[in-house]
Design a protein around this ligand. Structure first.
Ligand SMILES: [Zn+2]
Ligand SMILES: [Zn+2]
Ligand SMILES: [Zn+2]
Length: 169
């Protein structure tokens, strides 16, 4: 077993022989030893924690102490979880959750209790959930992000097919 040590950037535990921190993306190699995947002359600043692409200052961004590539800079991350879905429709979020669970992803949910607010007007109000409740969010562990997104993408495209079938009737 490899020895554990602490990341100098985020203080998470990492194995001593890692080249980079899987939690925040910083490189443990000496500066100048590792080069950007795209700009082969540029020293890398770290590894995108989502796709593990090695980034230089030009193609990587540091957000709250973690490294992301340009493609993933918008991904919302909390602790070691990445947001894969958000919707003000809790039903949609529930669906995504069970979808991901059925493809054996670990799932974490936020704001699934739509009743942080009790509507006493009865029925559906014009200012329904979408305006009042925070969106329901679904997270998966960061290393599972790309796979989970594919699952959701497939689900969305199958939805789109169903909807266009309906429209054709
Ligand atoms: Zn770290
Ligand atoms: Zn990336
Ligand atoms: Zn670069």
């Amino acid at each position: 077993m490899s020895e554990l040590t602490k990341c100098h950037n985020c203080s998470e535990e990492v194995t001593e022989d890692s080249d980079f921190c899987p939690h925040c993306g910083v490189l443990f190699a000496e500066a100048g030893e590792v080069f950007c995947d795209e700009h082969l002359q540029e020293s890398a600043i770290g590894v995108c924690i989502i796709c593990r692409k090695v980034c230089c200052e030009d193609c990587g961004v540091k957000v709250a102490g973690r490294i992301f590539c340009q493609a993933h800079r918008k991904v919302k991350v909390q602790e070691d979880w990445a947001e894969v879905f958000r919707s003000t429709e809790v039903a949609d979020a529930e669906l995504v959750k069970s979808l991901l669970e059925s493809t054996s992803h670990k799932v974490l949910c936020q704001n699934f209790n739509s009743i942080g607010f009790v509507w006493d007007g009865g029925g559906d109000s014009p200012i329904s959930r979408s305006n009042i409740n925070k969106p329901a969010k679904v997270f998966v562990p960061i290393p599972e992000y790309l796979q989970a997104m594919e699952v959701i993408y497939d689900w969305r495209s199958s939805q789109a097919v169903i909807q266009s079938d309906d429209a054709g009737m």
